[in-house]
Design a protein around this ligand. Structure first.
Ligand SMILES: [Zn+2]
Length: 410
């Protein structure tokens, strides 16, 4: 069978499951939306037909499309007004107590029309794609009532069909207690359990469910009730775990067989060990640590050295990490967490695919997987992390189609 597209490069990093990754001098052949073959050397004549598109990427680096496994993609408004407060030392939980932070985004999201929200999210998806992200996990959680949670999840579904970036949808009604339930959070729990979660499950609007388990948000006991109910409804589970205050939510992720536990700055050694034993992927968000000026990061070095599976994501959201660009996150992962460039690549490709339960489909260059590929203007992978602050993407191939060329959307 002739290939539709063949990329020839002296530096293809395929990102199989485990390090070390070796760069291959070879070719990747694409047929329709899939990788037909990947091997060292020249592509055999048998797959080079008269209509096969050949890309000579020698001198450039080819890697799988990046996977952003934790974002809050769809939301209204922006929160640059909080920057001055933060610089004066107000913490995330203090700003939340003042009715700012996430609750101001909830108001902006509820007030925004579908068209406004969609246009804003589409712009973010464009930025992600331009910087090499080909699959993104997107959480709801700024609607916090039936109408607005469903509105955001429906928009994610539409954008998934309309935009080249694939969206993995997550219901996160348990992102905050909405202002109208401030004095009666149990009633909000009941609304989610009785009404919103069954509706979202029945309408097939989300594959995952996520809970913000944190002091002043949802307690471990509440998180467990929600996760158990979510599991019964067929959701796969994620949890915002041990971000600020240690609440043993890494342990809870393990008990609940979550696919991932995310943040983990305050996770205990026992919690991390339990995650490792149970194969729960740690999703770390160094851009958020940087932006919150925490002066510390999750212990990624320790987690990787002990053999945990670590993914890195942007946490793109309007309050604590307004950044769609995973290449920026690489900078913090390297210089904040002291991860090597190749560990970072693994954490944004195959490990991130595990974090969204797509490891058999995406995250590495292998025959049969989706043809999601980046061609980077870099002589080797290390160079991409070393030379920070610019966009290295030359071409993005998504599902076998060139969607970014010469650094521009097509
Ligand atoms: Zn988050």
């Amino acid at each position: 069978m002739f290939a539709d597209l063949i990329i020839r490069s002296d530096t293809i990093v395929s990102c199989e499951e485990h390090l070390p990754f070796k760069a291959v001098d070879g070719y990747v052949a694409v047929l329709k939306d899939r990788i037909q073959s990947f091997a060292a050397g020249e592509a055999p004549a048998a797959i080079c037909g008269p209509d096969t598109h050949l890309i000579d990427a020698r001198g450039q680096t080819v890697v799988p499309g990046l996977i952003d496994s934790h974002t809050h993609l769809i939301h209204g408004g922006s929160r640059e007004n909080e920057l001055a407060l933060k610089l004066k030392g107000a913490s995330y939980l203090e700003i939340l107590k003042m009715g700012g932070g996430i609750l101001s985004t909830v108001a902006a999201t509820r007030n925004a029309s579908r068209d406004e929200l969609k246009a804003k999210a589409r712009q973010s998806l464009d930025q992600m794609l331009l910087h090499g992200t080909t699959t993104v996990e997107a959480k709801s959680g700024y609607g916090l009532d039936l109408e607005n949670e469903v509105k955001c999840l429906e928009l994610a579904r539409e954008l998934n069909l309309e935009h080249p970036v694939d969206i993995v949808s997550t219901y996160m009604g348990a992102h905050a207690i909405p202002a109208e339930y401030k004095s009666n959070p149990d009633e909000y729990m009941q609304l989610m359990l009785d009404t919103v979660m069954p509706y979202v499950a029945q309408a097939g609007l989300a594959e995952f469910m996520d809970v913000f388990c944190e002091e002043g948000v949802f307690s471990p006991a509440q998180a467990q009730i929600l996760m158990e109910a979510g599991q019964k409804l067929g959701f796969k589970l994620k949890i915002h775990a041990d971000e600020i205050i240690p609440l043993q939510s890494a342990e809870l992720a393990t008990v609940m067989h979550a696919i991932s536990a995310d943040h983990l700055l305050a996770a205990s050694d026992e919690g991390l060990q339990a995650m490792q034993d149970a194969g729960v992927t740690a999703v770390l968000l160094p851009g958020t640590s940087f932006y919150l000026m925490l002066g510390k990061y999750a212990q990624a070095r320790k987690m990787i050295d002990k053999g945990m599976r670590v993914a890195l994501a942007s946490d793109y959201n309007p309050g604590t990490c307004p950044c769609e660009n995973l290449q920026t996150v690489m900078t913090f992962a390297c210089f904040g967490m002291h991860l090597s460039p190749v560990e970072i690549l693994q954490a944004m490709t195959i490990n991130a695919a595990h974090a969204v339960d797509r490891a058999s489909e995406i995250g590495s260059i292998a025959a049969g997987k989706r043809a999601d590929l980046l061609i980077l203007n870099a002589p080797n992978w290390d160079y991409v992390v070393y030379h920070f602050g610019i966009n290295h993407v030359d071409k993005v191939i998504k599902n076998g189609v060139i969607v970014v060329d010469n650094g521009q959307l097509i």
